[in-house]
Design a protein around this ligand. Structure first.
Ligand SMILES: [Zn+2]
Length: 78
């Protein structure tokens, strides 16, 4: 995953986050969490479900694996 740097230039809107299908600029883009573009509601919904499943797993296994991101200047807000 790339850090969300430079949101003001729309280069991150190039492809569907899930299926990597190129997104046309004049077609509908479905956003999720403000940052992730999807080509369709179906793709977005699937990503939501993936995230929810992941969160449940994290809560289930109470291991606190703190990953420190040592990228200079990049603040990743989960
Ligand atoms: Zn898609």
């Amino acid at each position: 995953m790339l850090p969300y740097a430079g949101l003001e230039n729309a280069h991150f809107l190039e492809a569907c986050t899930l299926c990597s299908k190129p997104l046309a600029h004049n077609s509908d883009i479905y956003m999720y969490r403000g940052n992730d573009p999807f080509c369709s509601q179906e793709c977005r919904q699937e990503q939501i479900e993936i995230d929810e499943a992941r969160e449940k797993r994290w809560k289930k296994s109470k291991k606190t694996t703190t990953k420190t991101n040592v990228r200079t200047g990049a603040v990743v807000v989960a």
